[in-house]
Ligand binder design. Structure first.
Ligand code: ADP
Length: 661
């Protein structure tokens, strides 16, 4: 993906490394292949002088060769990782490592800035002398790709696009995170690709983990649980606050990663980061406020207490549309409560998740408190990560955000081990504009809500019901606001509508528009893919679309579009509006616009949804309970109610052995 660029950089740094040292390991097998490839290891570290061996030249020739592939370089660094004890690494006179952390004391004498994180080296011990000995060997190997393959190493890399947009390459792990260690090769060595939805280009290759890794992650979370839960809440809060501060410090990099992998415009990515960081900060505050009760006993011979204790190991499964905030709203309260976590981020957006884990590690979160496994959702079988989390007896709570179909599967699976579960599922949110509404405010709210993240949020306005008397005005205002939006690559200034996440998502919104038009809806704006220059022509873009005269027989009434479509329905009475709004299996968020106080109360109470926005669509907040009713889910996230989901109640009855009456 970027061999030339990296090759050049690596040449420079390794040559510096060669100059800086004169000791290394004799790390070859009889065949001349490095031991990692021969699958044999030597325990002797012998003195090695690169100059005598002509090593620097060989190294420079090989690594600066533009055909040198990333897997060859993976082989090189993997070798270094696997044989740290053979390195004969100098421990005195360390030179500072620029821009890196976690390389350990054995990394003295080298400067790998901008290079090592590409291969997820994490905290692996690294140094120059061994690179020298190994690279000398690479110089004698005719086919580096074959060598890497023979070593069982997969290509694990990020694209040049990612490298150029993200400053701190230490955030770019192409790996899971288990027990404080970055795991960049899956047990069966399989991988999956992450694509930029704006161009369709592959931006990273990640290890596709399976049951082995999930079990290891659960075991790591379980092992550290006794320690973490007993840490004073104040200390847990301090770690969370440091995490929050680091997230804020790195928000530009996180936003760049997020936009690359999920397509949302930078401004929205920054908004999500602010909201995710706010959750971390808020739960840090709540950690120290967890408290039980002392009850008034019915007799004086006893005392009755209620303790609040962490539920234990938590499994978290998150979606791609909010690659950060769906994680922080689960992980932050879990850690605050004293739980430990195994996170499975969406396979479409794993890079944001690993960046967050990197920052959590830098914040001082102990190894094993937050683990990440990643893989796809091709099927539920005994190897499937979600399945492991569900069926494990050790995992005591599962937090999930995603589709209702998967939520149902998880809920039924969780029944077998009787674990707690919170589900935040589909939405199909209605907006009702009553005849007394502030039309301008309502139009702004409709567009903001329906088109946020290109319509891909579970609380996006999906069905807009407008009173007959204001229908024309609302339609005009909504269309005019929609027409002002700019479609394009989310990282470009001024772009307000990014791509849809996948070609399938694009197909769905296209299908909804075609279905509505075929049944008599009027296209007011949009309705097609935009004309965009390369490389965006390969992206999943759709022009934000407004349709009038939508009716209940259309797919856009019955299903969540999850795309940039605003269908306008008509109604004549309050009863009709509420009935239409409630005619869905979902019950997450609903919005309505009115200036009538009595109507406000009545409608708020009649709508069968977990969250109501009255004259307001920006309802999400770390202090407010987020969640739904009916097929939209169970439990609540955020707020004190969200924290309670991670705490078990224990009742203690203390017999005194005498009566104080
Ligand atoms: P979406 O349609 O928003 O992608 P999904 O429910 O398919 O929603 O995915 C949300 C999260 O659930 C992702 O992390 C995905 O990998 C995971 N997931 C998908 N299918 C399953 C499943 N059968 N079991 C467990 N997790 C799943």
């Amino acid at each position: 993906m970027h061999s030339l660029r990296v090759g050049t950089a690596l040449t420079a740094v390794l040559t510096r490394g060669v100059d800086a040292c004169c000791r290394g390991a004799s790390a070859y097998g009889a065949s001349g292949l490095p031991n990692v490839i021969n699958n044999e290891s030597s325990s002797s570290a012998t003195a090695y002088h690169p100059a005598a061996d002509g090593c620097p030249e060989t190294l420079a020739t090989r690594i600066s060769d533009p055909t040198t592939s990333s897997s060859s370089l993976v082989a090189l660094v993997e070798y270094v990782k696997r044989f740290p004890t053979q390195l004969g690494v100098p421990t005195a006179s360390p030179q500072p490592l620029v821009g890196h952390r976690g390389l350990g004391p054995s990394s003295v004498g080298c400067r790998f800035e901008g290079v090592l994180p590409l291969w997820s080296l994490g905290a692996a011990p690294l140094m120059s002398p061994v690179s020298v000995s190994h690279v000398r060997h690479l110089g004698t190997t005719t086919n580096l790709d074959e060598a890497a393959q023979a070593a069982g190493l997969n290509k694990v890399a990020v694209s040049a696009d990612v490298l150029s947009r993200v400053k701190d390459h230490g955030l770019l792990h192409t790996a899971g995170f288990i027990g404080g260690k970055w795991a960049d090769v899956a047990s069966d060595k399989s991988t999956f690709e992450v694509r930029n939805p704006a161009t369709g280009a592959v931006i990273a290759t990640m290890p596709r983990m399976r049951a082995d890794e999930t079990r290891a992650a659960i075991a790591a979370a379980h092992a550290v649980l006794p320690q973490w839960r007993l840490r004073p809440a104040k200390e847990r809060a301090a770690v969370l606050r440091r995490w929050h501060d680091l997230i804020q410090e790195h928000k530009a990099d996180i936003a760049a990663i997020m936009t690359l992998e999920c397509g949302k415009p930078t401004a929205e990515a920054l908004g999500e980061i602010a909201s995710g960081a706010a959750s971390v900060d808020w739960f840090a505050g709540e950690a120290v406020r967890v408290c039980g009760d002392v009850l008034e006993p019915p007799t004086r011979d006893r005392r009755m207490l209620v303790l609040k204790q962490p539920v234990g190991v938590v499994g978290a499964i998150t979606p791609w549309n909010f690659p950060m905030s769906m994680i922080t709203r689960k992980v932050a309260p879990a850690l605050a409560a004293g739980c430990t976590v195994v996170l499975k981020p969406a396979e479409l957006t794993p890079l944001t998740a690993v960046a967050l884990a990197e920052l959590a590690e830098r914040a001082g979160l102990p190894d094993g408190c937050l683990n990440i496994v990643m893989g796809d959702a091709a099927a539920i079988d005994m190897f499937y990560t979600g399945h492991e989390l569900v069926s494990s007896d050790t995992v005591r709570k599962l937090g999930f955000t995603g589709s209702t179909a998967v939520g149902r599967l998880l809920a039924s699976g969780a029944g077998n081990t009787v674990k707690r579960i919170s589900l935040e599922l589909g939405g199909n949110a209605p907006v009702i504009v009553f005849e007394d509404a502030d039309v301008e405010l309502a139009a702004k709210g409709i567009v903001a809500s329906a088109l946020r993240n290109a319509g891909q949020t579970c609380i996006c306005a999906n069905r807009v019901f407008v009173h007959d008397k204001v229908y024309g005005k609302v339609a005009e205002a909504v269309t005019s606001l929609t027409a002002k939006l700019k479609v394009g690559d989310g990282s470009e200034t001024g772009v307000t509508i990014g791509p849809l996440i996948t070609p399938a998502a694009l197909e769905k919104v296209t299908g909804h528009v075609a279905d509505a038009v075929s049944k008599g809806a009027k296209l007011l704006f949009g309705g097609a893919k935009p004309e965009l220059p390369q490389p965006l022509a390969g992206g999943n873009f759709f022009v934000p679309t407004v349709i009038a005269e939508a009716t209940i027989d259309m797919r856009c009434f019955k299903e969540e579009t999850f795309g940039p479509l605003i269908p306008l329905f008509r109604f004549q009475s309050d009863e009709e509006a509420v009935l239409l709004a409630n005619t869905t299996e979902y019950g997450l968020a609903a919005y309505f616009y009115t200036r009538d106080l009595a109507r406000a109360w009545r409608v708020a109470e009649e709508l069968e949804f977990g969250m109501i926005g009255l004259n307001e669509v920006a309802i999400t907040s770390e202090v407010a309970p987020f969640g739904g009713v009916k097929a939209s889910g169970l439990g609540r996230e955020q707020s004190k109610y969200g924290l309670a989901e991670f705490l078990d109640i224990k009742y203690v009855c203390m017999g005194l052995g005498y009566s104080t009456a």
